[in-house]
Design a protein around this ligand. Structure first.
Ligand SMILES: Nc1nc2c(ncn2[C@@H]2O[C@H](COP(=O)(O)OP(=O)(O)OP(=O)(O)O)[C@@H](O)[C@H]2O)c(=O)[nH]1
Ligand SMILES: [Mg+2]
Ligand SMILES: [Zn+2]
Length: 311
C-alpha cells in the first residue's frame, strides 16, 4: 500500500502544532494527528505548547525536521519570569482553569492574579476545587471564597478522585482549548490522568510539592479531551505574576471593579483614594470582597512602580 510519507521529500514544508516543548526540541502534531519530533531553527525562536508552526522535513539529530516559523498566536498566557522578563506559558488557548485544593493551603490571591490575567487577555476563566474528597474542601472560608468567584460569574466546580469526580469539570472543559494552572501539588496532572484515557502524566507526592524548588511537572503538554477540545498541563507555581497593563487598566482584571467604575465620579478612577469612588463605597458596604480588593491594590501598586520606572 502506498504511504503518503513515501511521497515526501527533504525540504518539504508542513504545518504543525506544539503538543510538548522541551527547550530546543518540540513534539508537533500534524493536521492528520501524526506526531513529529522536531528541533528549532535558530536561537531566536521560542515555542510553547499550543503554538502553530511551519516545519521542514530534514534530518536533524534526534528528530525528523526543523521548525522554521511560528504562526501568529491568537492568544497567550504570559507571566513574569524569575529574571523579571515576560515569558509566554502557553499559546492559542481560550479558557484558563485555575485549580485550587484544600491541600496545599489554597492561595486565593494567586487565583485572583490568574483570573486577572485571563480578563486582560480576553480568555474565559473558571475555578476548580480539586481534592473535594478531603475534609478541608468544606471549610467555611474555602466555601465563602469560592462563592465570591461564583457571584462574579466564574464557573466554579468541585473535582476529586472519587468515581464520577470529574464529570462537572469535563463538561466545563469540553470544546475549549484549556490550560490548567495553579500551585504545585493541587493535582493538575492527576486530573489529566483521570480525564484522558491512556495518558500518564507524572504525579508527585504532596511532600515534594511543598519542598522548595521541586515541582513534579516541569514542562507543559497538550492533550486531547475525549469529548472534544484540548487540555494543557502546566508546571505548578509558588507564585504567578502576569505582565501588568498600565495602572488605569488594572481594574479591568477584576469584574466587580469594572462594574462599579461606572458609578465612580471620575471615569479614570483607580479606586485608590479618589473622592466619589463607587468601588470604595461598595467595599465599605461589604459588597466587594476585601481580599479581592487587596489583590487589586497589590497589582495596582506594582504597576504604578513599574510605570514610574519607565519614565
Ligand atoms: N485526596 C486527593 N489527593 C489527590 C487528588 N488528586 C491528586 N491528589 C494528590 O495530590 C498530589 C499532587 O498531585 P499532582 O497531580 O502531581 O499535582 P500537580 O498540580 O500536577 O503538581 P505540579 O506538577 O508540581 O504542579 C499527589 O500526591 C496526588 O495523589 C484528589 O482528588 N484527592
Ligand atoms: Mg503536574
Ligand atoms: Zn473608583
Amino acid at each position: 500500500m502506498k504511504s503518503p510519507r513515501l511521497t515526501q521529500r527533504q525540504g518539504d514544508s508542513f504545518e504543525g502544532r506544539v503538543v510538548a516543548s522541551h527547550g530546543r526540541r518540540v513534539k508537533l502534531e500534524g493536521p492528520d494527528g501524526t506526531t513529529h519530533d522536531c528541533q528549532l531553527a535558530g536561537r531566536k525562536l521560542r515555542l510553547v505548547c499550543g503554538d502553530r508552526v511551519r516545519w521542514q522535513l530534514q534530518a536533524v539529530s534526534g528528530g525528523e525536521g526543523l521548525v522554521t516559523e511560528i504562526l501568529p498566536r491568537r492568544s497567550q498566557l504570559e507571566r513574569i519570569s524569575l529574571s523579571g522578563q515576560p515569558e509566554v506559558v502557553v499559546a492559542n488557548l481560550d479558557q484558563l482553569v485555575a485549580v485550587l485544593a484544600p491541600l496545599p493551603e489554597p492561595d486565593f490571591g494567586l487565583c485572583d492574579r490568574y483570573l486577572a490575567a485571563a480578563e486582560w487577555q480576553g480568555l474565559a476563566a473558571a475555578v476548580v476545587l480539586n481534592k473535594a474528597d478531603l475534609q478541608g474542601a468544606d471549610d467555611p472560608r474555602v466555601k465563602a471564597e469560592l462563592q465570591t468567584y461564583r457571584d462574579l460569574g466564574y464557573p466554579v466546580v468541585r473535582a476529586s478522585r472519587d468515581s464520577g469526580g470529574t464529570t462537572s469539570l469535563e463538561r466545563l472543559l469540553r470544546g475549549h482549548v484549556n490550560v490548567l494552572v495553579g500551585q504545585s501539588g493541587v493535582g493538575k496532572s492527576s486530573l489529566i490522568n483521570r480525564m484522558i484515557p491512556g495518558v500518564e502524566a507524572t504525579v508527585g507526592e504532596i511532600s515534594a510539592a511543598t519542598d522548595e524548588g521541586r515541582h513534579t511537572t516541569t514542562t507543559s503538554a497538550l492533550y486531547h479531551l475525549p469529548g472534544g477540545g484540548e487540555l494543557m498541563d502546566s508546571p505548578g507555581v509558588r507564585d504567578f505574576a502576569p505582565p501588568l497593563p498600565v495602572p488605569r487598566d488594572i481594574a479591568r482584571g477584576f469584574r466587580e471593579l469594572e462594574a462599579a467604575s461606572a458609578g465612580c465620579r471620575f471615569p479614570d478612577c483607580r479606586h485608590d483614594a479618589e473622592p466619589g469612588c463607587e468601588a470604595r463605597h461598595q467595599l465599605a458596604a461589604g459588597l466587594i470582597n476585601s481580599r479581592r480588593f487587596d489583590s487589586y491594590l497589590g497589582l495596582l501598586r506594582l504597576a504604578a512602580r513599574y510605570s514610574g520606572q519607565r519614565r
